[in-house]
Write a protein that binds this ligand. Structure first.
Ligand SMILES: Nc1ncnc2c1ncn2[C@@H]1O[C@H](COP(=O)(O)OP(=O)(O)O)[C@@H](O)[C@H]1O
Ligand SMILES: NC(=O)OP(=O)(O)O
Length: 319
């Protein structure tokens, strides 16, 4: 699938990084990061420039929830605002990824540095997303538990792609990546950069000053945005499913191998992709492919990344 020396933005799913939703420990995420690092370093070893992005849905929800629980036990403990929790999730996940990628580079005697950039992403404070929360964060609950949380805490809870109920928050569209020039300089200098973690910390411009805003940007859109800014050739979106499907989770389920933009437009219209999970991936892939001739996008699972990148599996989005 990847010919010559290409620039690739690789977006890792926050849910996919927590491979087993019943084990949300740091240790489990370290293991997944170590496995994922092998595919990332395969690409680097083959001479490609790789920029790593990642999600944070489960992790940022857990961080927010931990502060809320601590506040209930001890009123002196502040509730931590969402942007701060987003920044913490970038540090937490970025730390695991940069350690895993560094180790894999060392194992293969590749002399490259890897670092995480705490990244802010500009959004529009009038984005209609602020009045229609769609982004699932945190753990999965039963319907009964979800209704209780909704009543007790005022959360908006929605069913997430047949997997259970989750809290949903606003997910505005990324307008610009504040630290993009720094990311570009590091990539040009040959370093491996982890950026737009969790879609970036959402900020608005208040008379020239940046101000964090409670929301979680979809990392698929943020990855597409940084891929366009950096003039990448490929956008790889790695999640929990090997291929995008139509009639997902039904007896008529059909997996898509190579799919064109007009076909995807039709499938979106027919409602095949769940909002907050597969829909943003499909839309981000379409937007990237449409942004310049020759650009391609791949959606596959974290554990099939290698085969996907070799063109053997996954869903490839073409013009
Ligand atoms: N049409 C579809 N085809 C495949 N997967 C789908 C579809 N609609 C919803 N999904 C769900 O979307 C999930 C990926 O979204 P999500 O868990 O938000 O990803 P991430 O790994 O980026 O956190 C898949 O694991 C699957 O459960
Ligand atoms: N921020 C974000 O898109 O996270 P997930 O990849 O976990 O959905």
């Amino acid at each position: 699938m990847v010919e010559g020396k290409s620039r690739i933005v690789l977006a890792l799913g926050g849910n996919a990084l927590q491979a087993n939703p019943k084990d949300t420990s740091a240790e489990a995420q370290i293991k997944t990061a170590a496995e994922t690092a092998k595919s990332i370093v395969d690409l680097i070893e083959a001479g490609h420039e790789v920029i790593v992005a990642h999600g944070n849905g489960p992790q940022v929800g857990q961080i927010v929830g931990t502060y809320e629980a601590a506040h209930q036990v001890n009123n002196g403990m502040p509730i931590m605002p969402f942007p701060e929790c987003g920044a913490m999730s970038q540090g937490y996940i970025g730390y695991h990824l940069q350690q895993a990628i560094r180790q894999e580079l060392v194992n293969r005697k590749i002399q490259k540095s890897v670092a995480t950039i705490v990244t802010q992403v500009l959004v529009d404070e009038n984005d209609p997303a602020f009045s229609n929360p769609t982004k699932p964060v945190g753990s999965f609950f039963s319907e009964e538990e979800a209704k209780k949380l909704q009543a007790e805490k005022g959360y908006t809870m929605k069913e997430d792609a047949g997997r259970g109920w989750r809290r949903v928050v606003a997910s505005p569209i990324p307008v610009d990546v504040v630290e993009a020039p720094i990311v570009s300089t590091l990539v040009e200098a040959g370093h491996v950069v982890i950026t737009v973690g969790g879609g970036g910390v959402p900020v608005i411009n208040k008379n020239g000053a940046l101000e964090g805003i409670p929301a979680v940007i979809d990392k698929d859109f943020a990855s597409g945005k940084i891929a366009e800014i950096l003039d990448a050739d490929f956008l790889f979106i790695l999640t929990a499913v090997e291929k995008v499907a139509i009639n997902f989770n039904t007896p008529e389920q059909k997996e898509l191998r190579e799919v064109s933009i007009p076909d995807l437009e039709k499938y979106i219209e027919e409602g095949h992709f769940a909002p907050g999970s597969m829909l943003p991936k499909v839309k981000a892939a379409m937007k990237f492919v449409q942004s310049k001739p020759g650009r391609r996008a791949l959606i596959t699972s974290l554990d099939k990344a290698k085969e996907g990148i070799m063109g053997q599996t996954g869903t490839v989005v073409v013009e």
